[in-house]
Design a protein around this ligand. Structure first.
Ligand SMILES: [Mn+2]
Length: 320
């Protein structure tokens, strides 16, 4: 792995760069890209941010989000990936990345323990949000955090840490957040915009899904199921399920919470959450991964069979 200073040195030498964000973007990948993109632009590096799809409406409060593109408008010297744990997290942009990989400088700045360090330069530091790493990187670049960067960074800090509630939140997280608020970012506004604000349709989806929560392993495993067609019924996109998996983890008997979303008939996107079980290991059994306390994978098959496999695998990791 490279040091943050080495990464800063590489970035400072660039004339142009494209910053890649991960599919189904969250506050952390967007906040990382927007803050770093601004810092690089100010340092004279021509910069553009990409995502495989249009950015969800709830992030429209972030300045610069409207400039994020689905394909590059110029041939950049470097590809920078932020909060991207594996190439397949780029979704439709994977092809572009793979093609460019041979001839371009590639830089990976991430905080996922599962990151395989697949770029030429890699800075992977496990912490509660990648924005914490980006903050350090901007300082290493010799930059100053302005209000716009601070808002982007604090969005990542707040969303990825579950409003500063996860186990990996620590001194560094608060120091970074303090620097952001000092630079003018508003905790209350960001928390509401990025984390709490829901449409009525989303509240209905939430209520329906939670009311049908299923329990396994004596209530230690909870599974929320969002079936094919339900999102369409409420006129919602896939990002509307975010947060559902966190709810069941608040139940006193539950040690692993899972949300399975049927993206296509018989195809499920699975999210895992825990307070102390290593769900990165569990997701890896199914070819996925992520963080120790928050991870995901894809599963295929009939619903009952998928639930059997899930509950069997989780049972292997829960102390009995
Ligand atoms: Mn993240």
């Amino acid at each position: 792995m490279n040091s943050i200073e080495e990464i800063a040195k590489v970035l400072k030498s660039l004339k142009s760069a494209v910053i890649f964000t991960h599919m189904r973007p969250d506050g952390d990948t967007l906040g990382s890209a927007l803050a770093l993109g601004r810092a690089l632009s100010m340092a004279g590096v021509r910069t553009e941010i990409l995502n495989e799809a249009p950015i969800p409406e709830r992030f429209s409060f972030l300045k610069g989000v409207e400039k994020i593109r689905t394909s590059p408008s110029f041939e950049a010297e470097a590809f920078i990936l932020v909060d991207v744990s594996a190439e397949n997290r780029l979704g439709l942009l994977q092809e572009l990345f793979r093609r460019g990989m041979r001839k371009k400088i590639t830089v990976n700045v991430d905080h996922h323990t599962s990151n395989s360090r697949f770029c030429r330069y890699n800075y992977v530091e496990e912490c509660s949000s990648n924005c914490q790493n980006i903050y350090k990187l901007i300082l290493a670049l010799g930059g100053k955090i302005d209000t716009e960067m601070a808002e982007a960074l604090l969005t990542g800090l707040i969303t990825d840490s579950g409003s500063f509630s996860h186990g990996d939140v620590g001194r560094e997280t608060f120091l970074t957040a303090a620097a952001c608020t000092e630079a003018g970012a508003d905790v209350g506004k960001i928390s509401f915009e990025a984390f709490k604000k829901k449409s009525k349709a989303r509240a209905d989806l939430y209520a329906e899904t939670i009311s049908k929560l299923r329990y396994f392993l004596d209530g230690r495993l909870a599974v929320a199921i969002v079936r094919d067609g339900v999102l369409q019924k409420y006129g919602l996109g896939q990002d509307a399920t975010e947060g559902i998996v966190d709810f069941a983890l608040e139940i006193d008997t539950v040690v692993v919470s899972v949300c399975i979303m049927e993206v296509k008939r018989g195809q499920y996107k699975v999210s895992f959450r825990s307070r102390d079980i290593n769900v990165n290991e569990i997701a890896r059994v199914f070819g996925g991964g992520g963080h120790i306390l928050a991870s995901g994978c894809m599963l295929f098959g009939e619903e009952e069979e998928v639930l059997d496999r899930l509950s069997f695998t989780v049972s292997q990791y829960i102390e009995t």
